[in-house]
Ligand binder design. Structure first.
Ligand SMILES: C[S@@+](CC[C@H](N)C(=O)[O-])C[C@H]1O[C@@H](n2cnc3c(N)ncnc32)[C@H](O)[C@@H]1O
Ligand code: SF4
Length: 378
């Protein structure tokens, strides 16, 4: 049986952060019940086709999954466990927002088989949290983390964003040193992306944001990398660090281009040589499923050429790089036969480095990853 990962999208938030372009809604609590029933219908429509797969990881993301009643999360997971093949040692993750938790809620997650939690903190600086449109303060993060530990979760990720408006190098280092003292197992450290169609994009266009310059942003990233290494964290993907053995198995599936099914609004899937994705319109999603139809908006057949390019682009985001033997085993061709010229060009520029087993980005290459990646496109 082939391994499968499942992504479940929960598109509800208590408020919309100014930088965020993920598909999520506020003030739609009256649709939660119908949404969860639709999710279960959607899963039921895949049940027959996926009978030869075995679920290895599940990720419940959003939006804010912890904004809705935990019994809904329990219901969806219970359906999955009862109707699909599952591995005994499955990784089951959920995204949580500070200020939305209680011991009771976390206990229901535990009973539902969730064994990894991912808390969105972004920064400890309360002024900056306010200017991002976050509803919580650092203090609520501390109490959320205490609760998560009290209930017995022992695989905890925290998301930070750096390069935030009004953040300087010192603020950035305070965030990471404070977090490390709390002993979390995994840290996702994202560089702020100013996404179109967000309030922050508009303010940026109007010149109203005070962002650190690019050199300072890179300096902060390098200092954080050094500090985390010193503290025993393994840097395993451009934006991800973990204590030994706590890499996120679900995200590794995306980065290694292995099969996954996404259910829920706007979710993407990669399965049976196809990439397909759901509608982003809530009413269309609910209507399709109430008529017993999949809410798939479109699909793309993945040619071998595209699969190879994606494998390389994601592989280079991993700090260990592309495993050349695995590449050969998967595609039946040598990496150099396809990309020899590109590899030489970027090695000369000091952006790629190679040994017998791996091809990877150098430290400088990690800063300029986009430049290298475009040369791997077909
Ligand atoms: C899908 S979001 C949801 C997490 C959760 N709702 C929260 O806000 O805490 C996952 C993570 O993506 C990151 N993120 C979202 N928008 C971003 C942006 N524009 N730039 C960088 N990171 C972003 C944040 O760190 C966030 O915690
Ligand atoms: S960052 Fe999280 S809480 Fe904020 S709008 Fe996006 S999904 Fe919702």
């Amino acid at each position: 049986m082939e391994d499968l990962s499942i992504y479940i999208h929960i598109p509800f938030c208590n408020s919309k952060c100014y930088y965020c372009d993920f598909i999520s809604f506020t003030g739609q609590e009256n649709k939660v019940e119908a949404y969860i029933s639709s999710l279960i219908t959607e899963l039921s429509l895949y049940k027959k086709d996926l009978k030869d797969y075995k679920i290895k990881t599940i990720f419940i993301g959003g939006g804010t999954p912890s904004a809705i009643d935990p019994i809904y999360i329990y219901r969806v997971l219970d359906y999955l466990y009862s109707n699909f093949n599952t591995h005994e040692d499955m990784e089951v993750s959920i995204e949580l927002n500070p200020g939305t938790l209680s011991l009771e809620k976390l206990n229901i997650y535990k009973q539902a088989g969730i064994n990894r939690v991912s808390i969105g903190l972004q920064t400890f600086n309360n002024n900056i949290l306010g200017s991002l449109g976050r509803r919580h303060h650092a203090e609520e993060f501390f109490s959320s983390l205490d609760m998560v530990k009290e209930v017995g979760f022992n695989n905890i990720n925290v998301d930070l964003i750096f390069g935030l408006p009004d953040q300087n190098l010192t603020d950035g280092m305070i965030d990471i040193t404070t977090l490390v003292q709390l002993g979390v197992h995994h840290i996702s450290y994202y560089s702020l992306i100013i996404e179109p169609n967000t309030p922050m994009y508009k303010w940026h266009q109007e010149g109203k944001l005070h962002l650190m310059d690019e050199d300072s942003e890179r300096k902060l990233y390098h200092q954080v990398k050094e500090f985390l290494k010193y503290e025993g964290y393994v840097h395993y993907e451009i934006s991800n660090f973990s204590l030994d053995g706590y890499q996120c198995k679900h995200n590794m599936v995306y980065w290694n281009i292995k099969p996954y099914l996404g259910v829920g609004l706007s979710s993407h899937s990669y399965l049976m040589g196809k990439r397909f994705w759901n509608t982003s319109k809530l009413n269309d999603y609910l209507d399709s499923l109430s008529e017993g139809n999949l809410p798939v908006e479109d699909e793309e057949l993945i040619s071998k050429e595209i699969e190879i390019a994606e494998y390389c682009i994601f592989g280079l985001r991993l700090i260990q790089g592309i495993n050349k033997r695995e590449f050969f085993n998967r595609f039946g061709v040598d990496l150099r036969d396809i990309y020899g010229h590109t590899i030489e060009k970027h090695k000369k520029a000091g952006l790629l480095i190679e040994d017998d087993r791996y091809l990877r980005l150098t430290d400088r290459g990690l800063d300029l990853a986009n430049l290298v990646e475009v040369d791997f496109l077909p």
